[in-house]
Ligand binder design. Structure first.
Ligand code: AKG
Ligand code: FE2
Length: 409
C-alpha cells in the first residue's frame, strides 16, 4: 500500500487567497465560504428540524434532503418527493460559483451529519441525472476527502465474476493480469476540507475520480493528527430532467448488454446487480440504471436484492421468469459469463421458457449506441449485464467491431 498522495499544488490568485483551484482536475476549494454565524445557524437548524439533540451520539451518517429528494434506488433525484428549500440554505445559493452558460443553480440538497468516525464510501455521483458541477459545503468540523481515479476496479466489479475472468482463455487471464497491474498504479489522494469551506467538483474530479470519506476518527493535517469532530455537509446538485437526462461526459463507459427482444409490452427489465453498493461505486453503470429508471418512468424497475451475486437478482414482473431462468443452462451456453464464446458469434438465443421474450442478443455496446437502441427499437427489454471500461475496450474492442458496426447500421 502506498501512502495517499497529496493532490496537485493548487493555483491561488493573490487577490482571492481563500480560493484554491486545480484546473487540471476541475476542482476548487473555497475556504471561509460561510461565516461562523451562518455555520451556527445551519447546525441549529439541522438539529431543530430533525429533532436530534446536538450531543446525540449518532453512530452513522444521517441525511436530510431538500428540493428534489435524493433517490437511493436510482442514485438520481425523486420526481415526486420534494421538500422546500429553507431560507438558511437558499441564502447561500447566490454566492455559489457558477460557470456562465454551463452551470445552473442547484435544486437538490442533501444535508448530512457525520459523527466522528463516520464516512461515505467512494462513489461518483450519477452522471446522467445530475448536472456537472457538484458543490459540497462543510461545517461543524473539517474532514479529509479521498479522491481516486475511477474506472478499473469499479468496472471490474461490475463486469464479470472472477471465476469467469480467471477461467478458460488466456485472453481473459491476460485481462485480469493487466487490470491488477494497473490497479496498483491508481492514484489516491486526500484533500482536507476545512469547516466552512466549499468544494466544487467539475470535469475530471466530478466524473473521472471517485470521492469518499474514510470512516476513521482522525485525519492528518500538515503532518499532524487531528481528531475529527462531528461534521455536517450540504451536497448541492442540479437535477436533470426530460431531454437533459443522459450522459454525454467524456467517461461514458461501454456496456456489455443483453437485449431481450420482446414482442409485446409490458417491458420487463432485468438487471444483474452484484449489490447496491457496487452499483453505487460504479460510475458508469449508474448512468444506465438511472437512464432506464427515468426512461421507463420508474425507479422501481430496479429493485435491488442486495445479493452479492451476478445472477439475475432483480425482476419487476414476473419474478418467476427471472428466477426460473438458469443462466448456466440456456442452450448449453452460459451467456452471462462466457464472454469469449458468446459475443464474437453474436449469438442469438431462444429462450423457450420465457414466452413473451422472442430472443436475445448479447453484445458489447458503447453507451451512446445503447441509448440509441433504447430510443429506437421498442419493445425491447434490456439486461444491463455489465460494464467494461475504456482500457478494457481497447484490449477486446477490436474483436467485436463487427457487432458494433452492425448495431449502428
Ligand atoms: O459530505 C460530503 O462532503 C460529500 C457527500 C457526497 O459525496 C454525496 O453526498 O454524494
Ligand atoms: Fe458524492
Amino acid at each position: 500500500m502506498t501512502a495517499p498522495h497529496r493532490p496537485t499544488t493548487p493555483t491561488i490568485d493573490p487577490s482571492t487567497p481563500n480560493i484554491q483551484t486545480r484546473p487540471s482536475l476541475g476542482l476548487t476549494l473555497i475556504t471561509d465560504f460561510i461565516t461562523p454565524a451562518e455555520e451556527t445557524t445551519l447546525i441549529s437548524a439541522f438539529h431543530s428540524s430533525t429533532g436530534i439533540p446536538p450531543q446525540a451520539s449518532a453512530k452513522r451518517r444521517l441525511s436530510q434532503h431538500f428540493g428534489h429528494h435524493f433517490d437511493y434506488t436510482t442514485f438520481g433525484a425523486s420526481s415526486s418527493v420534494y421538500t422546500p428549500v429553507p431560507a438558511h440554505i437558499a441564502a447561500i445559493l447566490p454566492r455559489l460559483p457558477l460557470r456562465e452558460g454551463i452551470d445552473v443553480p442547484p435544486d437538490q440538497f442533501t444535508l448530512q451529519y457525520y459523527p466522528p468516525g463516520a464516512g461515505i464510501p467512494p462513489h461518483v455521483d450519477t452522471h446522467s441525472m445530475f448536472g456537472e458541477a457538484l458543490y459540497s459545503l462543510s461545517f461543524g468540523s473539517g474532514v479529509s476527502m479521498v479522491f481516486r481515479l475511477a474506472g478499473r476496479n469499479e468496472a471490474r466489479k461490475m463486469r464479470l465474476p472472477k471465476r469467469s475472468l480467471g477461467g478458460s482463455t488466456s485472453a481473459s487471464a491476460e485481462m485480469v493480469r493487466m487490470e491488477e497491474e494497473r490497479e496498483e498504479e491508481r492514484e489516491e489522494w486526500e484533500l482536507m476540507l476545512p469547516a466552512r469551506s466549499l468544494l466544487v467538483m467539475t470535469g475530471p474530479s466530478r466524473y473521472g475520480y471517485t470521492h469518499g470519506i474514510k470512516g476513521r476518527k482522525t485525519d492528518v493535517v500538515d503532518g499532524e493528527q487531528v481528531v475529527r469532530g462531528g461534521r455536517y455537509s450540504i451536497t448541492m446538485r442540479s437535477v436533470r430532467r426530460g431531454q437533459e437526462v443522459g450522459c454525454a461526459c467524456e467517461y461514458p463507459g461501454i456496456f456489455l448488454a443483453l437485449l431481450l427482444i420482446s414482442s409485446e409490452p409490458p417491458l420487463h427489465l432485468f438487471s444483474l446487480a452484484p449489490s447496491p453498493r457496487a452499483w453505487r461505486r460504479s460510475p458508469n453503470i449508474t448512468c444506465l440504471t438511472c437512464y432506464l429508471g427515468e426512461k421507463f418512468g420508474a425507479s422501481s424497475a430496479f429493485d435491488f436484492t442486495g445479493r452479492e451475486s451476478l445472477l439475475p437478482a432483480v425482476a419487476t414482473t414476473p419474478v418467476s421468469r427471472c428466477s426460473s431462468w438458469n443462466p448456466n443452462d440456456v442452450n448449453g451456453i452460459n451467456p452471462w459469463y462466457d464472454i469469449d464464446s458468446v459475443i464474437p458469434r453474436q449469438t442469438c438465443l431462444t429462450l423457450s421458457e420465457s414466452a413473451p421474450i422472442n430472443g436475445c442478443l448479447l453484445m458489447l455496446l458503447p453507451s451512446e449506441v445503447m441509448n440509441d437502441i433504447l430510443k429506437n427499437i421498442p419493445p425491447v427489454s434490456l439486461v444491463a449485464l455489465s460494464l467494461i471500461n475504456k482500457e478494457m475496450w481497447e484490449i477486446i474492442g477490436p474483436h467485436f467491431s463487427r457487432n458494433i458496426s452492425n448495431s449502428q447500421a
